[in-house]
Write a protein that binds this ligand. Structure first.
Ligand code: HEC
Ligand code: HEC
Ligand code: HEC
Ligand code: HEC
Length: 135
């Protein structure tokens, strides 16, 4: 009994530890992300876009991250985050809007909406999001 309990305890520790690591790995990164989807856009008209998670801490992860099943977002905080470009491609596929629209409908639409409401917001002008030169 005593030994069994001990083994069980050890297993529990290992389990919590690995779950902890998995969760930490899917945390919103503190460092800014430079968005430049060379896997989808063959040629760029615009430069890369800087995205700071830290400036978006007040939002829910699911305001931006999703994975739909039967029309419902089933993605939850802590789960693996796929790149937007894994699903959104150069052209729309059915309900899945093309990558350029996916980004603009997410980033620009929210910033514009908040700007109109006179709330703290992010950039709305092309050149404030896109670095000058296409690289
Ligand atoms: C709030 C931020 C934001 C604003 C404002 C914005 N964009 Fe973007 N745009 C993005 C993001 C993010 C991407 C994805 C970039 C990537 O993956 O390389 C993107 C992608 C694009 C692309 C496709 C990739 C390319 O370089 O060919 C084009 C074209 C583009 N934007 C043009 C514009 C134009 C024109 C404006 C102004 C009318 C604008 N964007 C305003 C965030 C923004
Ligand atoms: C305002 C929109 C937005 C919010 C809110 C947001 N994210 Fe993100 N996140 C993004 C974008 C955009 C990317 C880059 C996606 C890509 O490269 O295709 C990203 C990437 C990530 C990545 C991958 C990082 C990497 O380096 O590959 C993780 C992990 C992540 N987000 C976790 C989270 C978590 C956890 C939350 C909530 C606490 C969150 N995000 C909230 C937009 C957001
Ligand atoms: C696992 C696949 C998947 C990933 C990853 C993904 N999306 Fe989507 N996205 C979808 C699907 C499917 C829909 C359509 C949902 C529906 O209408 O039923 C959608 C819809 C959207 C819409 C709404 C469409 C509209 O009318 O404008 C936006 C905006 C969007 N995605 C942006 C993003 C952004 C930004 C990222 C990365 C942070 C992302 N998506 C990552 C699959 C994905
Ligand atoms: C649902 C709303 C929402 C979405 C979606 C969103 N943002 Fe923001 N963004 C904000 C808000 C609110 C702020 C201002 C935060 C503050 O200053 O307190 C902000 C701030 C920023 C800033 C910082 C500007 C500065 O002055 O430092 C950048 C850059 C930015 N957003 C880029 C993006 C990009 C790129 C995307 C898409 C990948 C995006 N945002 C998606 C709401 C949003």
């Amino acid at each position: 009994m005593y030994l069994k309990g001990k083994i069980f305890f050890c297993l529990l520790v290992v389990l919590c530890f690995t779950a902890g690591i998995a969760l930490a790995a899917n945390k919103a990164p503190e460092a800014d992300i430079s968005i430049h989807s060379g896997d989808v856009f063959k040629e760029f008209k615009q430069g890369p876009v800087n995205f700071p998670h830290v400036k978006h801490k007040a939002l829910k992860c699911t305001d931006c991250h999703h994975e739909y099943k039967d029309g419902k977002n089933v993605w939850q905080e802590g789960q693996e985050v796929k790149k937007c470009s894994v699903c959104h491609k150069l052209e729309a596929e059915g309900k899945i809007v093309k990558l350029e629209k996916a980004y603009h409908d997410s980033c620009q639409t929210c910033h514009k909406k908040l700007k109109n409401e006179n709330k703290p917001t992010g950039p709305v002008a092309c050149a404030k999001c896109h670095e000058k030169k296409a690289k």
